[in-house]
Design a protein around this ligand. Sequence first.
Ligand code: ATP
Ligand code: MG
Length: 453
Amino acid sequence: MRVSREQLVAAFGRAGFELWVVGGDLRDQILGIGGGDEDFATNAGPDQVEALARALGANVTTVGKRFGTIGVLLDGRWTEITTFRGDSYAGGTRWPEVTFGASIEEDLARRDFTINALAREAGTGRELDLYGGRADIAARVIRAVGEPERRFREDPLRILRGLRFAAKLGFEIEPATLAGMAATVELLATLSQERITAELDKLIQAPQAGRGLELMRDVGALPVILPELVPMVGCEQNHWHQFDVWGHTAATVQAMMKEGPHVRARCWGALLHDLGKPAVRHVKKDGEWGFYRHDAVGYELAGPLLDRLKLAHKDAAIIRLLVQRHMDRPNIAERRSVRRFIAKSGGYWEDLIALKRADNASHTYDDNAYHDALESYCRQIVAEDEAALRAESPLTGDDLVAMFQREPGPWIKAIKARLSALVLDGELAPGDRANAERIVRQSSEFRVPGSEC
Ligand code: ATP
Ligand code: MG
C-alpha cells in the first residue's frame, strides 16, 4: 500500500514518539539542492519503528536494522528512519560501533559537522540548531561539532568527509577544524581501504574536486592515503604549464566534464593521468623539462595503485586506458589517423577526449579548436560505421537459393554485396525484400548461374 509522509508522522504522534528530519538531507534542503529526500531520527527503537510502519501497510526493509535503521517506502521513495544514536566510538576502531541515544540532543552531539547537525521536527517544523549549523550553512563554513581533534580521533573518516563536503559544496573549512584534521591525519591509516576509497571516489567526482584535493594536500593526507601521488607535489614542469604536476592534476580533475556513463573512470583517469611524470622527468636539449613516455609509465604505475585502492576491475581497466592514451593526438586531416585513435580507445574515445580537454584547461595554450574538430570527426566516423553495419542485404543466402532454385555458390556473395551497397547508398530501403527481389530478377547486372538460358 502507498503510505504518505503525513500518515507516518501522524502514526508516530499517536504512539507518542518523536520524529525528526536530520542530517545531510536537511542541510541540502536548506541549501535548495538535492532531490528533497529526508532521513528521520526517532526515540522509537528499531522494532517499534518496524511495527509502526508495518501497521500502516508500508513496504519496509530491515537490512540496516542492527545499525538502528529501518527503511520505509514513503510516497514511493525509500526513506530511512534511525533510532537516536549515542556516543559510541571506541577510538581507533576500523568500523564504528552502534549504541542508541536517549534524546535528539544526544543524537545531534555525535554528528560530524555543524551543517549536518541540524534537526527539524517532522510534524511541527520546529527546528533544533544547537551548534549554529544554520549560520554556518549561510556563511558556507564546515566546522566540527565540539572539539575538532577529539572528533577526528573518534572517527578519522570524518577528516575525509569534511574534505569531501568542501569539494561538494564549495565551503571553507573553519581554521580550528582544518588544524584538527592536520593534527590527526595519520589516523587515516587505521581506516579500512573500502571506506577511504568510497570517500575519495565521491570527492573527485564533486563539482569543486580541485579544491578538495588541494585541501587534502594541505592537511597532509596525501602521504597517508595516496603516497603514490606525493612525488607530483613540487614536480615543476615546462613553460606550457601553469602549475607543478600536482597543481595541474587538481586542476584537471576540477575541469573534467563529470557526465556520461563513465564519470567515475573519467575522474580517476584525470587524477592519475600524469602519474608517470615525476619518474621520467629529464632535461631536454633545449633546457626545458621533458616527460618522455610518461603515459606508458603512468599506465604501469596505475595498475598496482588501482588494485590497492580496490577499485572495480572494469573501472580500473578504463582508467588505465585513459592514462595510457591521454597523449594520443591523431592528425585530423587524415581519416586513417582518426580511425586508429577510435580503435585504440577501446570504445572510450568520448571519455578520452573529455580527459584531453580537462588536461588542456591548465595548459598555457588553448587546444579547444583541435578537440572540437577531433570530436566531430570521431562522431562522423562512428555514425558512418553504424550505417554501414545496418546496410545489410535485405535478402539472405537462403532466400536467394530458394528464389532461384540454384546450388549455393559464390554468386550469392556477389548479389548480397551489391544489395548491401544499394542499401548503403540509400537506393534500397533496409529490409525491403520485395524491391530487392525485383531488382535481382530484373537487373542484367546480377548473374545467377543458369538463369541466362
Ligand atoms: P551525502 O550528501 O553524502 O549523503 P550526508 O551528510 O547525508 O552526505 P551521510 O553519510 O548520508 O552523509 O550521513 C547522514 C548524516 O549522518 C550526516 O549528515 C551526519 O549528520 C551523520 N554522519 C554520517 N557519518 C558520520 C560520521 N562518520 N561521524 C558523525 N556523523 C556522521
Ligand atoms: Mg545522506
